[in-house]
Design a protein around this ligand. Structure first.
Ligand code: NAP
Length: 178
């Protein structure tokens, strides 16, 4: 099973090119729970966006899609030039960023999407990195009610909102999946 996991704003934004424009600890815990024990695949920019002390992500093989050679910058990760045709592991997760989600969306079976209750397009302008549009071959199979994050606060361009950030976990499975 190849899955993709991301968090996006209501207007489909996943990042500002360097980081995620929000801090929602519950979403990070959700990501950890989904990917724990499984290989993760990410683009070079997403790898570099992880704080050095958190990479490689523990308990998971970290694959870095990249046309460059491995080096000090990739220590702890495994650089690969293209998506493997097959995987040794029965469950593998694509974890971004925008380029890699776009390159793999047609091949993934499952999407785990966290919807962050904010519109960010106006504040990020050209820096906005977008999630792919979810193809119609995915059916919404489950969701949960809106939750209010008590600790998470929306951060945009260094400004903190006092409003708790709402989020929702959504799981999509491809309708034509066996
Ligand atoms: N909200 C979320 O859930 C989430 C998750 C992950 C990342 N993000 C955000 O996404 C942003 C980064 O995304 P991004 O689109 O700028 O970059 P990215 O997809 O992380 O990395 C792009 C790089 O990966 C390599 N690459 C991409 N596709 C490839 C392919 N098909 N084959 C081989 N190599 C490939 C290329 O490296 P080379 O140029 O070296 O060849 C490319 O420059 C950041 O803001 C990050 O915080 C958000």
């Amino acid at each position: 099973m190849l899955g993709a996991v991301w968090a996006q704003s209501l207007d489909g934004i996943i990042g500002d090119g360097r980081d995620m424009p929000w801090h929602v600890p519950e979403d990070l815990a959700h990501f950890k729970e989904i990917t724990a024990g499984h290989p993760v695949i990410m683009g070079r920019r997403t790898w570099l966006s992880l704080p050095e002390r958190f990479r490689p992500l523990p308990g998971r093989d970290n694959y870095i899609l990249c046309s460059r050679k491995a080096g000090e910058w990739s220590a702890g990760g495994k650089v690969i030039p293209a998506m493997p045709e097959t995987f040794e592991s029965p469950e593998v997760w694509v974890m971004g960023g925008g380029q890699v989600y776009a390159a793999t969306i047609d091949d993934v079976d499952v999407l785990e999407v966290t919807l962050i209750g904010a519109h960010l397009g106006d504040s990020l302008g050209d820096r906005a990195v977008h999630a792919p549009a979810i193809p119609v071959s995915f059916g919404l199979v489950s969701d949960t009610d809106w939750l209010v994050s008590e600790r998470g606060r929306l951060t945009v361009d260094g400004q903190r909102s006092d409003l708790p950030l709402k989020y929702r976990f959504l799981r999509y499975e491809r309708k034509d999946a066996a």
